[in-house]
Write a protein that binds this ligand. Structure first.
Ligand SMILES: [Mg+2]
Length: 224
């Protein structure tokens, strides 16, 4: 596909640029890691669910576990943090098409933003591991998927032209469409093999791609 008159592109991170291995839709590695610190699986699951609500990452996971009386000492927390990051460093899957497409868009002078749900530090860490660097201020981290809509609206107010939004969750793209943002929008779902949300049914019509390199965009025709 070719989209001209681009104002900016907002690209999701998890499941779009990078992914962590999952089993039956669950990040069991987190529970395995917690088990090494004496946290039973059900408590690890509860901590994970709570951490997700306040931006998942090692920081929020440690906060939740400490609140549940695990990882009591600073030393244990440090060890957990290091083990968590070491695991992510080894296991992170980086999609080559994402790296290639983002580099290409940036070479063409297109404002590229990463709009992602999670803990700011953790999301930055994964982007660094992926070898992707967007300009400072272009990584927009939100605590809940619902808040991505606000970020897209903000981008639309600052960048005349079409705002392209790419996400692996149809639900996120649907919410953005629901918001009736007063701007030209193009919502694109990236469907990856074994993607955690690949089977989500969209309520709105979104373009669908299987690689970010399939998205051909240019600023040609964009208002100054
Ligand atoms: Mg995602």
């Amino acid at each position: 596909m070719k989209i001209d008159n681009i104002g900016a592109i907002a690209v999701d991170l998890d499941g779009t640029i990078v992914a962590l291995p999952q089993e039956n839709g669950e990040y069991t590695w987190i529970y395995d890691l917690c088990a090494q610190y004496g946290v039973p699986c059900e408590d690890a699951r509860e901590a994970y669910d709570r951490a997700k609500g306040c931006g998942f990452g090692s920081r929020t996971m440690i906060l939740e576990l400490a609140r549940m009386e695990y990882l009591r000492s600073g030393h244990q927390q440090l060890m957990f943090r290091q083990a968590f990051h070491a695991w992510v460093r080894d296991a992170l899957i980086v999609f080559d098409d994402a790296r290639e497409a983002i580099a290409q868009w940036m070479r063409e002078g297109i404002p590229v933003y990463v709009v992602t749900t999670g803990d700011r530090q953790f999301q930055q860490f994964k982007l660094e591991l992926a070898g992707i660097s967007v300009p400072s201020g272009h990584v927009l981290t939100v605590l809940r998927d619902e808040y991505k809509t606000d970020e897209v609206e903000e981008l639309a107010s600052r960048h005349p032209g079409t705002i392209v939004v790419v996400d692996d969750k149809a639900s996120v793209l649907d919410l953005i469409r629901d918001a009736n943002i007063p701007a030209s929008l193009e919502t694109i779902q990236i469907v990856r093999h074994d993607g955690k949300y690949a089977s989500q049914e969209a309520r709105h019509d979104h373009l669908v791609v299987t690689a970010l390199t399939d998205i051909q965009i240019s600023t040609k025709g964009a208002a100054a």
